[in-house]
Design a binder for this molecule. Structure first.
Ligand code: TRP
Length: 470
């Protein structure tokens, strides 16, 4: 049972949980979705959702894990056999996310190498090739993208194999503070560029973008709400059993309620800071076209920004991508840890054996994702109207479908089956009082599940379907 040792210190747990939450979702997803959804309206809805739903759901997940001492499947099973499948559903979401997250992690590694090449003027830099072509080249060359995904997977596997206290905690405790520091340096550079003020106004001044003709009309409420909702689940690592698993490693004397506020604050803070770094810079160099470039924002628009920064460009480019790759790594570790920890419990195997098995299966899935842009290329229209390839499809199923659905059921489970008092007792088991108990009980029973259900129905396309029928 030595394999199931938990976090050594409170700080270690905090950094591991922050490491899970802070990832591509914050640095890439948040600025990109905020850019595509009108700036300010997205920011406000995101903050509201994180407060009304994110905090409530994460609290339930962490407490479920700590009180039962099990991963997602074991946690639900130990309380009620009837709900075991909910744990499995979370594992399915984690597995789906894992397959594309490692492919994306591979892209980040590739960009670290390219930027290093730029810095030392080597062959393997961009060599004057434009940002869009470098990215297109990566997508269309399966051997390159697969090689980097493999490397990324290997690093993740090595850390997870070294265990919770030894590997995960150690990597996150050094890396997360460093990441924060680098981000601040990048923001200072970005916000002092001439013309950066427009990007800041786009983010913070309500109505500015429409009044100044930056966008023709404000994006619709439902569109912004679903974008903000999907972003919240993903960014806080909710609905995939991750926080249940991490919760199970936390010592009984830790003040969970305080840790929760810190995780939320860090996660939202980093997303916000990433917005502050990326949006003004992209506004300066490519205007609204850069903002609406969607997912290619980080791999196409940002390299353009770095390229036009003169001598400082290659250094900042390299530092930035090292930071992104690291953030992706700590998130990927949490997903793999969830899969490995649950498999260890279910199949009664060692950490090493399960890390290898999960690693091999996930590698196969990552290869399929990388091939989705070339060999297996197809175009599928999602209920949201967007065109999807394999990666987008996996993202859609996990993020827009499974996560709101699982979170809705978690609220029902906590609010109506085991009752909020069960969670409140666990929050107070450390001897700390849990303030706002009544508010929590009210939210988890009446408010959060309703918002979750609406988000689920909207992002699954049910509302649109009903509208079309009548
Ligand atoms: N939160 C991470 C990010 O923002 C991604 C992530 C890690 C995740 N673990 C997760 C997403 C579990 C959903 C579920 O990039």
């Amino acid at each position: 049972m030595n394999d199931r040792k938990g976090f050594g210190s409170n700080f270690g747990f905090l950094m591991a949980a922050v490491g899970s939450a802070v990832g591509l979702g914050n640095i890439w997803g948040f600025p990109n979705k905020m850019g595509a959804n009108g700036g300010f309206p997205f920011l406000i809805l995101y903050l509201a959702l994180a407060l009304c739903c994110g905090v409530i759901i994460m609290l339930g997940e962490l407490a479920l894990g700590r009180k039962t001492g099990h991963g997602a499947v074991g946690a639900y099973q130990s309380i009620s056999k009837r709900f075991k499948w909910l744990g499995w559903l979370g594992i399915a979401a984690a597995a789906l996310i894992f397959s594309f997250y490692s492919a994306l992690g591979g892209y980040c590694l590739r960009y670290v190498v390219v930027n290093f090449g730029n810095l030392i003027g080597a062959e393997f830099g961009t060599n004057g090739v434009g940002g869009a072509d470098v990215f297109q080249g990566l997508l269309s060359q399966p051997d390159v993208s697969i090689a980097f995904a493999l490397a990324f997977m290997l690093i993740t596997m090595l850390v997870v194999m070294s265990g919770v206290g030894g590997g995960i905690e150690r990597v996150c405790s050094v890396g997360m503070p460093a990441l924060f520091f680098i981000l601040i340096i990048c923001i200072i550079r970005s916000c002092t560029l001439p013309g950066a003020a427009d990007g800041l106004k786009y983010m913070f001044v309500p109505g500015w973008a429409v009044a100044n003709g930056i966008i023709d009309e404000a994006p619709g409420f439902w569109r912004v709400l679903t974008a903000a909702g999907g972003q919240m689940f993903f960014s806080l690592s909710l609905g995939a059993g991750v926080m249940i698993t991490y919760g199970s490693y936390v010592k009984k004397d830790v003040n969970l309620s305080r840790s929760l506020s810190q995780i939320e604050l860090f996660d939202t803070g980093v997303a916000f800071l990433a917005g502050l770094m990326i949006i003004p810079a992209v506004f300066v160099f490519s205007g609204m076209d850069g903002m609406s470039s969607g997912p290619s924002l980080m791999f196409v628009s940002l390299p353009k920004v770095f390229a036009s920064m003169g001598v400082a460009g290659p250094v900042i480019g390299l530092v930035f991508f090292v930071m992104v790759a690291f953030a992706a790594l700590t998130s990927c570790i949490s997903i793999m840890e969830t899969l490995v920890a649950n498999c260890m419990e279910i199949f009664h195997q060692s950490r090493k054996a399960m890390s290898l098995t999960v690693g091999v299966l996930a590698t196969a899935a990552a290869v399929v994702v990388c091939l989705g842009y070339n060999v297996f290329y197809f175009e599928l229209t999602l209920p949201s109207g967007a065109t999807a390839q394999i990666l987008d499809l996996m993202d859609y199923i996990s993020n827009s479908f499974l996560m709101p659905f699982i979170s809705f059921l978690t609220c029902i489970f906590v609010g109506w089956v085991i009752k909020p008092q069960w969670i409140i007792e666990e929050m107070e088991a450390s001897g700390h009082t849990f303030g706002r108990k009544k508010l929590y009980a009210f939210m988890i029973r009446y408010v959060t599940p309703v918002i979750m259900a609406v988000l689920f129905l909207q992002s699954a396309g049910v509302f649109n379907l009903v509208q079309e029928l009548f």
